[in-house]
Design a protein around this ligand. Structure first.
Ligand SMILES: [Zn+2]
Length: 95
C-alpha cells in the first residue's frame, strides 16, 4: 500500500533497476515500480529498448532505486553499463 503510494506520488521520481544481458554481459537500465504485492517490477524493455527482460542473466544488479542512487550505482559499474541507457538516465525527456 505504502509502496503504491510512492509510485503515485511522482515527486519522488522514477525508480530504476539494472539487469545484465546474458550474451553481451552489458548492463541495461529498466524503469521499475512496486507492484501490488510490494515487489519491484521492471518494464519489459530497458530505457534504450535494446534488450528484453527475458534476456537478463542472474540476479539484478539493483532494483527500484531512485534516480540519484541509480546514477551512483551505474557510475560504480562504469563501462559495463550500456551507454545509451546511461545517457538517458542523465537526460530529462518526456515519456
Ligand atoms: Zn541499454
Amino acid at each position: 500500500m505504502f509502496r503504491e503510494l510512492i509510485n503515485i506520488v511522482d515527486g519522488i521520481g522514477t525508480l530504476y533497476g539494472l539487469k545484465k544481458h546474458k550474451e553481451s554481459e552489458e548492463f541495461h537500465l529498466f524503469k521499475a515500480k512496486y507492484n501490488n504485492k510490494d515487489k519491484c517490477e521492471a518494464d519489459p524493455k530497458p530505457i534504450c529498448t535494446k534488450m528484453r527482460k527475458g534476456d537478463a542473466a542472474g540476479k539484478d544488479k539493483f532494483s527500484c532505486k531512485n534516480e540519484d542512487e541509480a546514477r551512483m550505482e551505474c557510475a560504480r559499474e562504469g563501462r559495463a553499463v550500456c551507454g545509451n541507457c546511461v545517457i538517458r538516465l542523465y537526460t530529462t525527456y518526456p515519456d
